[in-house]
Design a binder for this molecule. Sequence first.
Ligand code: NAP
Length: 300
Amino acid sequence: MKETKVFIVGSGPSGITAAIYLKRAGIPFILCEKSMVGGKVALTAKVDNYPGFTSIDGVELALNLQEQLKQNEIKVTYDTIQSIHKENELFYLEGNKDQYIAKYVILATGTKEKGLGLDNEEKFYGKGISFCAICDGALYKNKDVALVGGGNSALEEALYLANIVNKVYLIHRRDEFRGDLTLVNKVKDKDNIILYTPYIINKLSGTNHLEEIQIVSNEEVESLSVSALFIYIGYIPTLEMLKEDILLDNGYAVVDENMMTSLPNLYAIGDVRKKNLRQIVTAINDGAIASYAIGKRENE
Ligand code: NAP
């Protein structure tokens, strides 16, 4: 059992920022990560809208974040937190490897990828269906692949894939894209990105690996032979480890201006909280605010 003042769950940009600010304020904390420091940034092809960097690879930015942790002498505790509950003003966290007690918890747990919910979809996970172009794109060099979604993630990853594969069939359920106009224009300028809008995917087929998808628009049905399907249709907030009721909006944690949830001393930062704009800059903002607020309360 380990005791600390603040327990940060998740080491994406928001969790790392919270850790750096706590360190500088001299407040003891544990920064806990279940897999990879940097969060989704490490799985992003290019980051073009982070001030101070005209353009940077996601992996490079994640490595910079790791380096900054090292420079600040912040160690990462690798554990998967299974449950969090509060008793007598303290939080009890149950990990796969250890148990923890803390006065404050900062949830920086981000979001998980949403699936299409098609019949045999899960059968193709890792066998043609991927949620990560950076991780799996190279497997489909010079092949034809499909990508579904119309937000910034879908557009960015379609551009990334277009440089590796032969053709990207970009399938979106509406004619208008949700993503930024600059990205939409870049996608439209790419010869090997073929747009299918408004289309939905209604069938997946293949023996051991995905081979074909069926798409539908206004009763027009088409079949596309593909080696892979990349799904970028949004995310679900990761809050299942929390065993306490808090105020949610569409599944996202509602916080006050200090990033505190409706449960006193429980903070939520980054993509897991209700907000209008999910970006690295807004995640970092949240981390700094939460740690500053905790620091102020500790010094009251
Ligand atoms: P998103 O913005 O929520 O877009 C999800 C897309 O998937 C939408 O186009 C949506 O269609 C479509 N979709 C949702 N459910 C679907 C379903 N069941 N079947 C088919 N299509 C479906 O998600 P995101 O692109 O992953 O982005 C998440 C957040 O991160 C956003 O706030 C985004 O701006 C941000 N982000 C920013 C950047 C950047 O600024 N460079 C990069 C990546 C992500 P509809 O449009 O019809 O609803």
